[in-house]
Ligand binder design. Structure first.
Ligand code: FES
Length: 142
């Protein structure tokens, strides 16, 4: 398992915020066009702030580790702040992922963005960070 650093292994074996959420305010799920794996992110939102985040994934260890740090990082952030985070921020937080595994972190970014997109749509919110977001676009690498 020399491919993965200790932090990745730690988040993979002991992921934070894994599981289903009761009565989420927003849900986003994204399937990777690269490997077909799926990620679902659920959020609790109060006054435009993400107060809780959970994830479920049918994905590999890198996807699990990425979601673990991603859900940690978005908690306490405003919707705009969370939208500004990219998969690279999650990879950096993990101390890096092997090149062939970068796409796994994209699942976290896209699922978070979709959850916020769905929420904004439902509430009629206009968010600057969603200006160029296309919910049907496929992201195959970064
Ligand atoms: Fe599919 Fe990592 S290989 S998410």
């Amino acid at each position: 398992m020399g491919m993965y650093n200790e932090k990745v292994m730690e988040h993979f074996t002991n992921p934070h915020n894994a599981g289903a959420m009761e009565n989420p305010d927003a849900v986003g799920s994204y399937g990777s066009p690269v490997c077909g794996d799926m990620m679902e992110i659920s959020l609790k939102i109060e006054d435009n702030v993400i107060v809780d985040a959970k994830f479920r994934t049918f994905g590999c260890g890198s996807a699990i580790a990425s979601s673990s740090v991603a859900t940690d990082m978005i908690k306490g952030k405003t919707l705009e702040e969370a939208l500004a985070l990219t998969n690279q921020n999650f990879v950096d937080e993990l101390g890096g992922l092997p090149g062939a595994k970068i796409h796994c972190s994209v699942l976290s970014e896209q699922a978070i963005k979709l959850a916020i997109y769905n929420y904004a749509k439902e509430k009629g919110l206009v968010l600057e960070g969603l200006k160029d977001f296309d919910p049907n676009e496929e992201h195959d690498h970064e």
